[in-house]
Design a protein around this ligand. Structure first.
Ligand SMILES: Nc1ncnc2c1ncn2[C@@H]1O[C@H](COP(=O)(O)OP(=O)(O)O)[C@@H](O)[C@H]1O
Ligand SMILES: Cc1ncsc1CCOP(=O)(O)O
Ligand SMILES: [Mg+2]
Length: 278
């Protein structure tokens, strides 16, 4: 039986722990939004560190409470960096978040995303098209073998990605977060739908990437499902508040970081979400 009150209490605990302990999550992420990812992680109370090289990825995997891997832009060195980092994470049993940005573009990205199937990321975060494409590439229910991703933006609805998200969560034993106007988070048996945010989130680059980085910060302090739900909730409340105050994307980006910083544990747990069983 799902207990919403218990879930809210766990969210509150996760937010407070992060604000009190300033946990570090390491990131290997794309060069487009790397600065925004770090700023968002700091705004919620975490500590950020970004690297590109193999031994530095291994170092952060050991030093950090969780790791964020985002496949948005590739360099040849990533073949070595991503696999060596993932091996260390797995050997230590630490949580990590995969954001399969731009799945379907290029051979190295697709080869590494295939190899990650056996590394079972604790949290997979992506937009609907990326989640459907990853489930398809991994041969799981709800996926499409031919990726509909047009680049980095989604061409599918969040509800169309439900079966793919559930299948991915069952495969990893962790959680999956699908972003969009209403976000869907699942651990394979419970589905949470979190609402809020702003249409301006589609008009800035890095809303999704930075959400993934913030999921990694909360994953240092709580379970994959609560981490994904808490990060999604803070994005929805901060996005709503920022969107109500501004009239364009540039000021939205600035205001959004302020609202991420200002959101309290109660604000975040009280952002609307619905729970159902799979
Ligand atoms: N139309 C929208 N209305 C409200 N929030 C949105 C909307 N589109 C995206 N978001 C929010 O923006 C963040 C990033 O989601 P999304 O744009 O789907 O990711 P990506 O940037 O990876 O494609 C999430 O917090 C999501 O809830
Ligand atoms: C535009 C772009 N190109 C490669 S990665 C990237 C950023 C994608 O960011 P997000 O998925 O958060 O919109
Ligand atoms: Mg994205």
């Amino acid at each position: 039986m799902i207990n919403k009150k218990d879930i809210k209490n766990q969210m509150i605990q996760a937010v407070k722990t992060v604000k009190q302990t300033n946990p570090m999550a390491g990131s290997i992420t794309n060069s487009v939004t790397i600065n925004f990812v770090a700023n968002a992680q700091l705004a919620v109370g975490g500590s950020a560190a970004m690297v590109y090289l193999p031994d530095e990825g291994e170092f952060l995997a050991k030093a950090a409470g969780a790791t964020y891997i985002n496949t948005g832009t590739f360099l040849p060195i990533y073949e070595e960096t991503l696999l060596r980092t993932a091996k260390v994470i797995r050997s230590l049993g630490k949580p990590w978040v995969l954001d399969p940005v731009a799945i379907g573009i290029g051979s190295l990205r697709n080869q590494l995303l295939q190899e990650f199937k056996e590394y079972k990321p604790n949290i997979i975060r992506g937009n609907a098209s990326e989640i459907i494409a990853l489930a398809g590439q991994w041969g799981l229910d709800g996926g499409e073998k031919v990726s509909n991703t047009r680049g980095v933006d989604s061409t599918d609805s969040v509800s169309a990605a439900k079966d793919a998200a559930v299948a991915l969560a069952k495969w990893t034993g962790g959680a999956v977060a699908v972003s969009g106007e209403t976000d869907l988070i699942t651990d394979g048996s419970i589905i949470a739908r979190s609402s809020g945010g702003s249409h301006f989130m589609e008009k800035i680059t890095g809303a999704g990437c930075s959400l993934g980085g913030v999921v990694a910060i909360y994953a240092t302090a709580t379970s994959p499902f609560i981490a994904a739900l808490t990060a999604t909730a803070v994005y929805n409340i901060a996005g709503k508040r920022a969107g109500d105050k501004v009239d364009g994307p540039a000021s939205f980006q600035i205001q959004f970081l302020d609202e991420l910083y200002k959101a309290t544990a109660d604000d975040i747990a009280n952002n609307p979400f619905e729970l159902t069983e799979v």
